[in-house]
Ligand binder design. Structure first.
Ligand code: BES
Ligand code: ZN
Ligand code: ZN
Length: 484
């Protein structure tokens, strides 16, 4: 659970405090001495520092300067990062509570700061035996602001909880979270949210002839699952659903094309797309967003075994097409393809998939961007990109030009599961596109889904990428009169 956030009517002086200001004139001599104000002024204007702090007995006073000349997105991101820094400093000093004073009434800025503190304070302690020793002391944020209402805080809490849930799912190793456990876990967190879940087990997956999911699962000792999550509120504004599809490779060894060197490290995170889809739906339902949205999550691990698929195999997919396996490490697209063709039966308004699909996306854009591709979904894609900048989980578009169809042509089957040496993220997208007949957006989150080294408030380990993005996208969609 994220830390507690509450609204207070005045700064009492019992807590450490963050003062947010756009101008030095707002600093009052009631709580700062003349020399302190001089020092702050110098640091902000001459040293160009935006976050300052100093100790006052057992408390810490933070001054957060906000430059209103900066672009909003940029300013909000600076504040989230400051939030992470503040959480770090408070925890290092064993401080439990922090008050935030919104002196001038800058609601979005305060919310961004709180978001940064809370996301920065995340820890995954489920496998620590001495939890109380390792747990961050910071527990509570108190906000003093005339502009922020309790329902703003409630909504933010739901979003933060959703990100926490996503990170937890990603951080569990496969030994604790195989496909079945994953399905059980997400089913249990939807209890009481109004969401319906159905978990298709191996028999049903066989009946549906999902050859992609079954093919990848052939090397595993654990059965696959296919989880269907349905959020259909009575006041839904759309009759054709939006569908979210998440890659649920619980662990990716590469299969018979076993990953070499340290490429297998962190491959427990190969289900980050699945975790993001489940956690976003949790948030969407808790926020009561009046849109009909479905989540589809194919899940299995990708392993080596006597009967595992091998390069040269041809598999029969759910939609009847055949796929030649060139490389068993290109497994994500095989399980996603079955989910994408399964999605056709809903006649969806739009399908968005999230997947840690290719190392190529990471090589192209690094660890702070999502590679996005779209077919017949230009407007929705534009809105998603807008959301992506707002929440700072930015999407960069790659093309899905038909020229790339050549790369996945197979000699003996309809298509093959790997393109050439170039444009790997795009040819993976083209492979997925083959299984769609509706407006489609593909998001490759291989770069930012998991951080080996701490990346500010995104943390270490599962980052939760995709959750704030999707929730923001659907929140905006619901308030737009006009549908896409
Ligand atoms: N899960 C990986 C992609 C990945 C790589 C995610 C690094 C996160 C970090 C995917 O299944 C994979 O193995 N892709 C290979 C394809 C290869 C066969 C050409 C890749 O992109 O390296
Ligand atoms: Zn792989
Ligand atoms: Zn993979």
């Amino acid at each position: 659970m994220p830390l507690t956030i509450e609204k207070i009517s005045s700064i009492t002086g019992i807590d450490s405090v963050v003062y947010l200001i756009t101008n030095i004139k707002y600093l009052s001599s009631d709580f700062l001495s003349g020399s302190e104000i001089k020092y702050i002024e110098n640091q902000i204007h001459c040293q160009k520092r935006e976050l300052l702090h100093f100790q006052r007995a057992s408390k810490i006073i933070f001054i957060q300067f906000m430059d209103m000349k900066k672009e909003t997105e940029n300013r909000l991101e600076i504040l989230r990062k400051s939030g992470d820094r503040i959480a770090e400093i408070l925890n290092k000093n064993h401080i439990k509570n922090i008050s935030i004073s919104d002196i001038e009434g800058h609601k979005t800025e305060v919310m961004a700061l709180v978001e940064g503190i809370s996301l920065g304070n995340y820890q995954f302690l489920n496998f620590k035996t001495k939890k109380s020793e390792t747990k961050n002391p910071l527990k509570k944020i108190r906000i003093r602001s005339n502009k922020i209402q309790t329902n703003d805080i409630d909504s933010l809490m739901i979003i933060l909880e959703s990100v926490y849930k996503c990170r937890d799912l990603v951080n569990y190793p496969v030994s604790a979270l195989n496909a079945t456990k994953f399905a059980e876990e997400v089913t249990s967190f939807f209890e009481g949210t109004g969401i319906k879940t159905e978990v298709l087990t191996e028999k049903k997956i066989q009946t549906l002839k999902m050859g992609g999911l079954l093919g990848v699962n052939k090397g595993s000792v654990d059965p696959p699952t296919f989880t269907i999550i349905e959020w259909k509120p009575e006041d839904a504004r759309n009759s054709k659903p939006y569908i979210l599809v998440g890659k649920g490779v619980m662990y990716d060894t590469g299969g018979m094309n076993l990953k070499i060197h340290d490429h297998m490290n962190n491959m427990k995170a190969d289900m980050s797309g699945a975790a993001a889809v489940a956690a976003s739906l949790y948030g969407i339902a808790r926020l009561n967003i009046p849109l009909y949205i479905i989540g589809l999550i194919p899940a299995t691990d990708n392993r080596v075994d006597g009967n595992a698929i091998v390069p040269g195999d041809v598999i029969h997919m759910h939609d009847g097409s055949t796929v030649e396996i060139i490389n068993t490490d290109a497994e994500g697209r095989l399980i996603l393809a079955d989910a994408l063709s399964y999605a056709k039966k809903y006649e969806p308004e739009l399908v968005i998939d999230l997947a840690t699909l290719t190392g190529s996306a990471m090589r192209a854009l690094g660890i702070n961007a999502i590679a996005g591709m779209q077919k017949n979904a230009k407007d929705a894609f534009g809105k998603l990109v807008e959301s992506s900048y707002k929440v700072h989980e930015r999407i960069v578009e790659l093309p899905l030009w038909d020229d790339f169809n050549e790369d996945i042509k197979s000699d003996i089957a309809d298509i093959k599961n790997l393109g050439g040496a170039n444009a790997g993220a795009i040819t993976a997208g083209k492979f997925l596109e083959h299984f769609t007949d509706y407006p489609f957006i593909h998001l490759d989150i291989a770069g930012p889904a998991f951080y080996e080294k701490k990346n500010s408030y995104f943390g270490t380990g599962g980052s939760g990428y995709g959750v704030r993005l999707l929730i923001n996208f659907f929140q905006n969609l619901k308030t737009n009169e006009e549908q896409l």
